[in-house]
Design a protein around this ligand. Structure first.
Ligand SMILES: NC(=O)C1=CN([C@@H]2O[C@H](COP(=O)(O)OP(=O)(O)OC[C@H]3O[C@@H](n4cnc5c(N)ncnc54)[C@H](OP(=O)(O)O)[C@@H]3O)[C@@H](O)[C@H]2O)C=CC1
Ligand SMILES: O=C(O)C1=N[C@H](C(=O)O)C[C@H](O)C1
Length: 272
């Protein structure tokens, strides 16, 4: 077990993004954390600017595209970017011994395996949703699925803002995995992502996904268990990205005492 530092020095990747801004603000407001680095792609208009400029503050930390330079003073990198960006950062974190909180979604199985491999050397928390509410919802879904393994058709409906690039959301996929595990199915064999035209009747062993994209919806997820004569809907709605940022800081502080290993928010929140 590694020794926890008094003040956690945190670097943020995707510093000019929607989550980047939320994370920088959260770090600045947390007396136990210090903003130690800010990264973005070379083409980002933010490069060279003070990372807290958008808050009307000066932190002395400029947004950097040189990843090694951006990480030189940091204990932990919090990364909410794109899969290819996260994997490039992962390599350098492994080389420098910097811990990693991964919020990015949309990884392939091969990319997830790369992350698991790097976790042999550095400590990583990876979760498609860092909010406490979503992770508690996952526990509720586990319980509901175990109690209703048959007789209820399972559909997962998610809605996000117009800028989201991956579908279904990482959270919706995680919900599907948790439910499938709870009832002894493999999501890969039972997920239905599209319906169009003459689909035939619904196969009761499937888990269906529906995706909505529009406006500024932060993130809504509903799981429907539809039976004969009744249905249950379990819904979580995010109205602010601050919950993801707060969860990420809890994850970063959880990692402070870990040397290596791959963890998720169930570990961070003691929900396992
Ligand atoms: N786990 C969780 O709780 C949550 C996860 N997410 C996930 O986080 C990710 C980011 O979301 P969001 O902040 O809304 O997205 P944004 O597009 O607003 O921000 C992404 C940031 O990453 C930068 N970026 C893009 N490509 C790369 C790359 N190859 N390498 C490094 N940086 C890159 C972007 O730069 P530029 O704009 O210049 O291209 C931008 O600054 C998504 O995968 C999303 O699903 C989001 C919210 C919560
Ligand atoms: O892109 C987003 O915005 C979000 N992405 C995550 C996901 O894909 O589940 C988490 C949250 O829903 C917001």
């Amino acid at each position: 077990m590694a020794q926890s530092p008094d003040i956690l020095k945190i670097a943020i990747a995707g510093a000019s993004g929607r989550m980047g801004h939320m994370l920088i603000e959260a770090v600045r407001n947390d007396p136990m954390c210090m903003l130690a680095g800010a990264l973005d792609v070379p083409s980002s208009p933010g490069i060279g600017n003070d990372a807290t400029g958008f808050l009307g503050q000066a932190s002395g930390v400029n947004i950097e595209s040189d990843v090694r330079k951006g990480l030189q003073n940091s204990h932990v990198l919090i990364d909410f970017t794109r899969p290819e960006g996260t994997l490039a950062h992962l390599k350098i974190c492994r080389e420098l011994g910097v811990k990693l909180v991964i919020g990015t979604t949309g990884f392939t199985d091969e990319q997830k395996a790369e992350i698991a491999e790097a976790a042999k050397d550095i400590a990583i928390v990876m979760a498609p949703n860092m909010s406490v509410g979503v992770n508690v919802t996952l526990k509720l879904l586990q319980m509901a699925a175990q109690a209703m393994p048959t007789g209820y058709d399972i559909e997962i409906i998610e809605a996000h803002h117009r800028h989201k690039v991956d579908a279904p959301s990482g959270t919706a996929l995680k919900m599907g995995e948790v439910i499938a595990d709870a009832i002894g199915r493999d999501l890969k064999d039972c997920a239905v992502y599209e319906r169009y035209g003459h689909t035939g009747e619904r196969d009761p062993s499937t888990i269906g996904f529906s995706t909505i994209r529009g406006g500024d919806i932060v993130g809504d997820h509903t799981v429907l268990f539809a039976g004969i004569g009744e249905r249950i809907e379990i819904t979580h709605k995010s109205s602010s990205r601050a919950t993801y940022a707060q969860g990420s800081l809890r994850a970063a502080s959880f990692l402070a005492s870990k040397k290596n290993g791959l963890f998720d928010m169930f570990d961070v929140l003691s929900l396992r």
